[in-house]
Design a protein around this ligand. Structure first.
Ligand SMILES: Cc1cc2nc3c(=O)[nH]c(=O)nc-3n(C[C@H](O)[C@H](O)[C@H](O)COP(=O)(O)OP(=O)(O)OC[C@H]3O[C@@H](n4cnc5c(N)ncnc54)[C@H](O)[C@@H]3O)c2cc1C
Length: 404
């Protein structure tokens, strides 16, 4: 009997990160045959990702629909809800949010980055309509989810505008000597931004764990990444003023810390034609076959400062938007190919505005707290205090962060 060949994929997804994997699952749920470029088997990394992600309600809804959230929350300590959040300025300004005030179950959910990747990869193994391939293959739509350093997008003509903050974010896990009670804490101390994200970990709530994200001038961040544990703990105690009790590194080994250089990136355009030779090295495509298109999602399209913990939330919102556009078209405009410019423009219309607004908000906050002139410092702290007494403005801010 002749073996049945897999149907030609409607979308080929390049990107092994959370956005690429979530996209493969979301499109497969719409019944679209997809190829996901898993690449050749790689040795497991000796440095696990120490990040904890703050995911908003919209990201949680998407992961629930993909049946990934359930798998995550079944594991002890991998998901921790944030019930309260305090933001401190550098001259006494303060802003406080609570889930109860916002009439929400939680302000965000803190999720282990490595566990999220594992849960997505496991779901992909069992997903129908997903073909894991080693190399990019021909498909009308090439979805590029390669992250901030992806090279295919640049090779295929996607121009991205980029500015460096001159800072790096240091991430690791901490243990405090008192329970976190679901409270996140963030301080803006020009030019540093430090966030403590409550995270139970395998030991449960009594272990009083936190994920640390500390944005600092790059040289300082790298020095602290490589510093002896006692030096980093002393610097942390100094920066937090004991707000979370005495903080210790969960793992004193510097391999349990990592630094990411920070930049603001936005794509000039989100889709375009794949160069003729790129996927067909054997020659031009058959007459009458439309050229394939590339489309950007996640950090490949936009990178924002992590001070608001929104990068992955934006990427997952891209996934939800593209899956909705292609899913709706399958029902109402089945004659359109997945790279029909009308569909791609619909996706861009849904995503370009919210993404640009979040980039402006995070960049504006960073700019506001970057200079150290006393007048600016006084005004920004006054602004935080005023905002704290304006419930509608606070509700609006919280709604933006929660993803609606
Ligand atoms: C310190 C820090 C803390 C953060 N905290 C938060 C947070 O709390 N909440 C939040 O929402 N966001 C947060 N972010 C942002 C978040 O990490 C990113 O937005 C998110 O990881 C982007 O996902 P991605 O899949 O688009 O890209 P990536 O995570 O970069 O994944 C892309 C992957 O694709 C691979 N790849 C590249 N080229 C190819 C190719 N040709 N084929 C196949 N694979 C390829 C790459 O190696 C990489 O593994 C944080 C970022 C930092 C630096």
């Amino acid at each position: 009997m002749k073996p049945r060949s897999a149907p030609e994929p409607a979308v080929c997804i390049q990107g092994r990160g959370a956005v690429g994997m979530a996209l493969a699952l979301a499109l497969a749920h719409q019944g679209l045959p997809v190829a996901w470029v898993a690449g050749a088997a790689r040795p497991p990394s000796s440095r696990p990702d120490p990040r904890t992600y703050a995911l908003n309600a919209a990201s949680r809804r998407l992961l629930q629909a993909l049946r990934v959230w359930e798998a995550l929350s079944e594991q002890p300590g991998v998901v921790t809800p944030v019930r309260e959040m305090a933001v401190h300025g550098d001259r006494g300004g303060q802003l406080a949010f609570s889930a109860w005030q916002q009439r929400q179950e939680a302000l965000a959910w803190i999720v282990d980055a490595a566990a999220l990747d594992r849960a997505l990869a496991t779901a992909l193994r069992y997903a129908p309509h997903v073909q894991a391939v080693e190399q990019p293959c021909a498909a009308p739509l090439q979805a590029l989810c390669e992250g901030r350093d992806g090279e295919t997008a640049a090779r295929w003509g996607a121009r991205r505008i980029r500015s460096d903050y001159g800072q790096a974010a240091l991430a690791t896990r901490l243990q405090a000597d008192r329970p976190h009670r679901g409270r996140a804490w963030q301080s803006f101390a020009s030019p540093a931004v430090l966030a403590l994200l409550p995270f139970d970990g395998a030991a449960g709530p009594a272990a009083a764990g936190y994920g640390l994200v500390w944005s600092l001038p790059q040289a300082r961040a790298e020095a602290l990444r490589d510093a002896p544990a006692e030096a980093l703990e002393a610097a942390l105690q100094d920066a937090t003023g004991g707000v979370a009790g005495t903080l210790r590194l969960a793992d004193p080994d510097p391999a349990a810390r990592a630094c990411w250089p920070l930049r603001l990136v936005r794509a000039e355009r989100w889709h375009g034609p794949v160069p003729e030779a790129a996927l067909h090295p054997a020659g031009p495509r058959a007459p009458g076959v439309d050229p394939a298109s590339w489309l950007l999602l996640g950090d490949a399209a936009h990178v924002v400062h992590p001070l608001a913990g929104q990068g992955l939330n934006l990427g997952l919102a891209d996934v939800a938007a593209l899956a909705a556009v292609l899913g709706e078209a399958r029902v109402r405009e089945a004659w359109r190919a997945t790279n029909d410019p009308r569909l791609l423009d619909r996706y861009v219309r849904r995503r370009a505005g919210p993404t640009a607004a979040m980039a402006r908000a995070t960049d504006g906050l960073w700019q506001l707290f970057a200079p150290s002139q006393p007048v600016v410092a006084g005004l920004r702290n006054l602004g935080l205090g005023l905002l704290d007494h304006l419930p509608p403005a606070k509700r609006w801010l919280a709604a933006q962060a929660l993803g609606g």
